[in-house]
Write a protein that binds this ligand. Structure first.
Ligand code: ADP
Length: 393
């Protein structure tokens, strides 16, 4: 038997999948299904980069999941899934760790959909689809909010009437699976730094920063929703709430229209009028693309200052995410005016994409660590499946 753990990350029209061996960290296969519901496309590869053949419908998440598994079964005829781990964006105030899925949990998580309307429903649809396709397999929910539940009250609250806090209107923070991975990696490669004051900048299409003290989240730039903090590919980042009042009062926009504006038409795309993709903006050379990058860099510097203030200083800055891991330009520019924080980039190391990109004598270590959310999900699923298996025995 080939025992394995499947991880699923279901977005609005995409599904990212990885298949891990029962007790290993290197995926046996991974891939993505894009544009589910329209002109869907599937790309699956095994660990040698060989395409995995698939046949079947991709019209819905449920069908895409079945098609993916059928493809894996074709490749490994004796495949036995031990558990399926799901990325779930919102676990609410009480979920601090991965948990086995049952009907009660799904009801609890569905109630949180209004907190993350663009992500949560798709995550839950992915779980339901996997339950339907594989009723006997343990499903495990791994939350993007869980890592941040250690934050102190002052970072958890908004200065709004308390009743709203009690209803759940708080700062949750997201990208927690990525921060958990980076925290673990740092503890492995630089244990002394991991015990100190660390800011992790997860800069991808979604972007946020997290202030971490001795492995625990102290503050993060994302708040109640995945809109706050840094500007992103198509999301606005921090915004004066007065702008929303103006849009409603003066422009007559309703909630759906404002949501569409803030989630899908803003950020790098809105500012550049060109693209949400940093590579395209770096190559474009238009004034608007330049300003979009300037804005992104400036807000990263501001929020980095805020994260360092929350920690009372900074020992290490870690870049991850598509932009953080790959854009030498953005990394160099963010670090440009941060000598006062002890941050000095070594341009040679940065250009070579080395793991440590700060200069030898800099007070603050700057590193690039590729993130791996799938591995954290697989670890969560493995732990829960193992525990429940032991309890049942
Ligand atoms: P997501 O948040 O959707 O997982 P990613 O972490 O994959 O996104 O990040 C996507 C972003 O990373 C895009 O803006 C892309 O342009 C950027 N990116 C990837 N490679 C490079 C590169 N070599 N140089 C600059 N930006 C890059």
């Amino acid at each position: 038997m080939t025992h394995a753990i499947l991880t699923l990350n279901a977005g609005s029209s995409s599904l990212k999948v990885s298949l891990f061996p029962a007790d290993g960290d290197q995926p046996m296969a991974s891939g993505v299904v894009d544009r589910i519901g329209a002109a869907a496309e599937i790309r699956l590869k095994d660990r040698d980069g060989q395409p995995i053949a698939t046949e079947g419908s991709l019209a819905s998440h449920a069908e895409a999941i079945s098609t993916v598994i059928a493809g894996f079964r074709g490749h490994w005829p004796d495949l036995a899934l031990l558990a399926i781990g799901h990325r779930v964006v919102h676990g609410g105030p009480s979920r601090t760790a991965p948990v086995g899925v049952d009907e009660g949990l799904l009801v609890e998580l569905e109630r949180l959909s209004s907190f993350a309307p663009l992500h949560q429903p798709h995550n839950l649809a992915g779980i339901r689809a996997a339950m339907e396709a594989f009723p006997g397999v343990q499903q495990v929910a791994c939350f993007d909010t869980a890592f941040h539940r250690s934050q102190p009250w002052v970072n958890d609250a908004f200065a709004l009437p308390r009743q709203l806090f009690d209803e759940g209107v708080r700062r949750y923070g997201f990208h927690g699976l990525s921060y958990e991975y980076i925290t673990g990696e740092l503890a492995r490669i630089a244990p002394q730094l991991a015990e100190g004051r660390v800011v992790v900048a997860h800069l991808g299409n979604g972007a946020s920063m997290c202030a971490i003290q001795n492995g625990r989240s102290v503050a993060s730039t994302m708040g109640f929703s995945a809109l706050d903090g840094l500007p992103m590919g198509t999301r606005c980042g921090q915004l004066d709430p007065g702008v929303l009042l103006y849009l409603m009062d003066q422009k007559g926009m309703n909630a759906a229209e404002i949501s569409d504006l803030l989630y899908t038409k803003s950020g790098l795309l809105g500012l550049s009028g060109l693209s949400n993709d940093m590579r395209t903006l770096e190559a474009a050379g238009t004034p608007e693309a330049g300003q979009a990058i300037d804005y992104f860099v400036f807000r990263c510097q501001r929020e980095l200052g805020a994260m360092a203030a929350a920690l009372g200083g900074i020992d290490a800055l870690i870049f991850c995410g598509g932009i953080g891991e790959n854009s030498r330009l953005v990394r160099a520019r963010i670090c440009e005016r941060l000598a006062w924080m002890g941050i000095e980039i070594d341009h040679g190391r940065n250009a070579a994409n080395e793991r440590v990109v700060s200069s030898e004598l800099a007070r603050t270590t700057v590193m690039v660590i590729p993130t791996n959310e799938e591995l954290v999900i697989a670890g969560g699923a493995r732990a829960i499946a193992g525990r429940l298996g032991q309890e049942a025995a």
